[in-house]
Design a binder for this molecule. Structure first.
Ligand code: C5P
Length: 227
């Protein structure tokens, strides 16, 4: 059976990565979490003093881009690939609320996008890939055979992200998470380069009232119809 490209875009914390991982596993496809790549660049900038509370040295970050190597390595026991920044596993460090609070500003820089989009195109060139992000169906793979656009209310999404962070021992305030979700949606949707928009040919799924199983079944059904 020939392989297809599945693009899953949508707002922050809509559960894109959860379902993308499940679909990739079921299909024997590669899963690529493009948000993790933007998060890793942000983490690099934070670690190297290029980004802080009140200042952000965009020029210095652009100059350092050739030194930032982002890669994925498959973790057998987890069943998905984890992200590496200059050969160090940063999967945990990139998921904090602090990284979340800066990442959309980093992702709005065209030079950062160019570097990561080029790498994403290479990762998906042989198809058989499920890629999630904000611009996969519009910019990275405009010819993807299946495009999904996920939405849910901001409150539902913040609650999910809050529970996820608390479960990991990250003691955060629900309202701070809600603010972050709304702020990222705003910046992601209003930036000049590759704003978050639903591709004309994407299928919109609002999962506010869907269980994980229902969401998986619906998307798998779409995959099977596309094959
Ligand atoms: O998917 P996740 O929430 O981890 O993404 C973090 C941030 O990375 C998003 O809020 C967005 O600013 C940026 N991003 C992007 N384009 C992508 C994936 C993520 O701009 N394809």
């Amino acid at each position: 059976m020939s392989k297809i490209t599945i693009a899953i875009d949508g707002f922050s914390s809509t559960g894109k990565s959860t379902v993308a991982k499940q679909i990739a596993k079921h299909m024997g496809y590669v899963y690529v979490d493009t948000g993790a790549m933007y998060r890793a660049v942000t983490f690099y900038a934070m670690q190297n003093g290029l980004i802080g509370e009140d200042d952000f040295n965009i020029k210095a970050l652009i100059n350092r881009l050739p030194k930032i190597d982002i890669n994925f390595k498959f973790n057998e026991s987890l069943g998905f690939a984890e992200v590496y920044l200059n050969d160090k596993n940063v999967e945990k460090q990139i998921r904090t609320l602090e990284v979340s609070s800066f990442v959309s500003k980093v992702a709005a820089i065209s030079e950062v996008r160019q570097k990561l989009v080029e790498q994403q195109k290479k990762m998906g060139k042989d198809k058989g890939v499920v890629m999630d992000g904000r611009d996969i169906g519009t910019v990275v793979f405009p010819d993807a055979e299946l495009k999904i656009f996920m939405t849910a209310s901001a409150e539902t999404r913040a609650q999910r992200r809050y529970e996820e962070l608390m479960e990991r021992g990250d003691h955060v305030d629900y309202h701070a998470v809600l603010e972050n979700v709304k702020e990222r949606d705003y910046i992601d949707s209003n930036r000049e380069d590759s704003p978050l928009v639903k591709a004309d040919d994407a299928i919109e799924i609002d999962n506010s009232n869907m269980s994980l199983q229902e969401q998986f079944d619906e998307i798998l059904g779409l995959v099977q119809m596309t094959l």
